[in-house]
Write a protein that binds this ligand. Sequence first.
Ligand code: SF4
Length: 492
Amino acid sequence: MTTHYLSKSKIMAGLQCEKRLWLEVYRSDLIEYGTDVEQRFAVGEDVNDVARTQYPDGVFVSYDHGAEAAVEDTQRLLVEQPGTPIFEATFKAHDVLVRVDILKPCREGYELIEVKSSTSVKDHHRADCAVQTWVLECAGIPIKAIHLCHIDKQFVYPGNGDYRGLFHYENITEQVRELSRAVPQWVHRYREMLNRDEPEIEIGPQCTDPYSCPFIEYCRDEETEYPLRYLPYISRQRIDALTAEGIEDIRDIPEGRLSSATQEWVRRITIAGESELKPEAAEVGEYGYPRYYLDFETIHFAVPIWKGSRPYQALPFQWSCHIELASGEIQHEAYLDTSGNSPMRTCAESLIEVIGREGPIFAYGSYEKTVLNALKAHYPDLAEELHKLTDRLVDLLSIVRKTYYHPDMHGSWSIKNVLPTVAPYLDYGTLGDVQDGSAAGTTYLQIINPETDPFERQRLVSELLAYCEHDTFAMVELVKYLSNGVPTTPTT
Ligand code: SF4
């Protein structure tokens, strides 16, 4: 039996899903990280950088020369600089490697500090610390306290790089100690599993919890055409019960087995293979003109960069608005703040200027309302005008959810799933690099980065404008379809 070398991240992958760990070891060529994961890594690095500034005398252990060198450097620092906090202190025991965010000397031992970009302590953070604690203690390092250092959501950035108060330290020593007793079993179990064939595990809630799994595309390819998870709000227990009966595809579920009306609706349409538009959808055509179609793009930072903002506050930097007149004419207005300064006020003011005094404002979901409410709270002098906008909002998603379904929507009423079924020519896949909200945020950050080449910046601005415009034009076409039931084409 091969004794597989493990790292903390491999053990964490195993705790999420054993198949994920197996694939990471044997099929890393299948890994596909989305932009959301790349953003998460970048956020994690930012948070770690700021956390380290709280320990000005700390020293960093580089990984540039590999694990063995990092372990040796750590040992040297422990001997030569015994009172100094160490960042990324690296240890190995029983062929398990861990790196500690901050190892701080304290009375008769050390304090282990794990830095996280979340705003609270989660179960997987405790497991993460348990693996570290077990390895460090096996390596002869006495751990006296374990702290989870996470973001305090209430922090308001006062500016000038002053991040005192950004972090909250939670003492999780007792819980981690308890959990660390299980670590030798995890290690043994994963090593045994890695000596067998690929585990058979189906897609489920573990694929996104606690993190998006990078093998999701691979696992989707192994699924049946309409897996049970496409049924809205279906519980894991229900899926397991049906699977135990040999039912894996929605089309194989017998009539009368589903108690939820929405699930039964989806089952029926999936079997029929044709979309259904309920007659009441046409009521959307009764809204008057001019009609506005609004979409915001927002960014949030774990470490706020603009004075007066809070961690993870949704900060609008762009909006798009299509305006449909009674004559049928469609106009378009847009705003994108590329200044690099806080974009919230300019976003609010520019929108108030173009959106008129009357007429419904269609938005897909409740997010635009949330953003407008946050702007109201932030700028009391604009609150009255912004309040008039929230009063005119019409949530298109709630209308679509009640009245329309197509088998190709795969159980989701996200506009990206709905649109290809009513206006195939508007598929998001036809856009450039920016095809979702995560990519929009990343692109915005590149635009406001002073080091971005001016020509590249201009290209990114065009991509971002095109993406947001696509979102609002999609709503125009969707309302047209709901009103008359005729799929739209580029010429209509
Ligand atoms: S996609 Fe889901 S089932 Fe597949 S390896 Fe990842 S977590 Fe496991």
